[in-house]
Write a protein that binds this ligand. Structure first.
Ligand code: 2ND
Ligand code: ZN
Length: 360
């Protein structure tokens, strides 16, 4: 399990523009906001306000994805009223901008936010309003889009996919499925994915996190995912021989040949037991082998993390420098669900000049 240590952020990481493709809105609330809204709506919390941040991190350090996901009960409970969704979304953008993130795709599951009487559309509108307010407050330093997630143990994926398509020109850039992986294979939602293909829409699938290669194979070869949420278990299809040479199986070779983006989330993987330590985390080898690696936060609250913290840990554990930070930022931007010309504009006008100044 992860040791929670303070990670002082270097000047390099602080100044580097960051791109984030995998961040959950309901996994990134400020502890103070959870405490404040919980008091207002009468939701009982498991810890005092000042201890709440530590409680989330410790409760998620269990080695089990199921127990990790159980903690979301307390964030979802405070995201049921329209004004709370607007606030949480606005604060999310403010926090990411403050951390130096210039582009983010933030995902959440609208179906989990209807207990207060909101419709799916009203919930998406509220998050959109919060994102736009956050972008304005950041003075154009960040662009944020929504990814709409369907929960894989539920049966609303087709409906959520249709919602994502309806809102494609209003701040929603894609679709995802999330939740406990074992027992809920992606093919359970084939109908939604086939619909999205017919609509020329983009989607990613949480696969290869708690469950291995069969889940990745289904996500790509049955469902046609554009990207893999985590995908870290692709390492199971790579063998390193005695002389240090890596041999890729058919699936790993396909993922690399087709430049399938891997939305890797190192700290989250340590907590759910998908990797034993950062030094042993597959991200090092996958980057060396030139897979399309991106670095992500997954759940900033549950992991007590930020983009800067994730990147700094890679600098400290693997000796990454400006060159690697630039690589993962450009990889992420190339892999984003924004239209091509908008992706290119951020790469050319924001990433390249900033990294040139940092010596990359
Ligand atoms: O890392 C994850 N794997 C699978 N599901 C996850 C992960 N992080 C968050 N979720 C779930 C819990 C949230 O309520 C939901 C939508 O954001 O997505
Ligand atoms: Zn996730």
């Amino acid at each position: 399990m992860s040791e929670r240590v303070d990670v002082p952020v270097s000047d390099l990481v602080r100044r580097a523009p960051k791109v984030l493709l995998h961040d959950h809105l309901d996994g990134g609330l400020r502890p103070a906001t959870v405490a404040e809204i919980a008091a207002e709506v009468g939701h009982p919390l498991p810890a005092a306000p000042e201890a709440l941040g530590d409680w989330f991190v410790e409760a998620c350090d269990s080695g089990s994805l199921e127990r990790y996901i159980a903690t979301f009960e307390h964030t979802i409970a405070v995201m049921q009223r329209r004004e709370d969704l607007v606030r949480v979304a606005r604060e999310c953008v403010e926090d990411l901008a403050e951390d130096g993130v210039v582009y983010a795709e933030v995902r959440w599951a609208p179906e989990q936010h209807l207990a207060g009487g909101l419709s799916l559309e009203e919930a998406v509108d509220a998050v959109q309003e919060g994102f736009r307010a956050g972008e304005r407050a950041a003075g154009g330093r960040i662009v944020v889009r929504q990814i709409l997630t369907a929960m894989r143990h539920q049966a609303r994926s087709r409906e959520i996919a249709e919602l994502a398509v309806r809102y494609r020109d209003e701040g929603v850039c894609g679709f995802d499925i999330a939740g406990a992986e074992a027992g809920y294979p992606p093919t359970r939602h084939l109908d939604a994915f086939e619909y999205l293909h017919r609509e020329n829409a983009h989607f990613t699938i949480h696969a290869g996190e708690a469950f291995g290669l069969p889940s990745i194979w289904e996500a790509l070869q049955w469902c046609g995912a554009d990207r893999l949420g985590h995908g870290v278990r692709i390492i199971d299809d790579i063998e390193v021989d005695g002389s240090g040479r890596a041999h890729l199986g058919r699936l790993a070779a396909y993922v690399r040949d087709k430049r399938i983006p891997l939305e890797l989330c190192p700290t989250s993987n340590l907590q759910t037991g998908a990797a034993p330590s950062l030094v042993e985390h597959p991200i090092g080898l996958l980057t060396e082998l030139r897979f399309r690696v991106t670095v992500n936060t997954d759940n900033r609250l549950m992991s007590g993390t930020s983009m800067s913290r994730e990147l700094q840990q890679l600098v400290d554990a693997l000796g990454w420098g400006a060159r690697e930070l630039r690589l993962v930022a450009v990889n992420a931007m190339k892999s984003s669900f924004l239209p091509f010309d908008e992706r290119l504009a951020i790469i050319e006008q924001v990433l390249k000049p900033a990294y040139a100044e940092l010596g990359a």
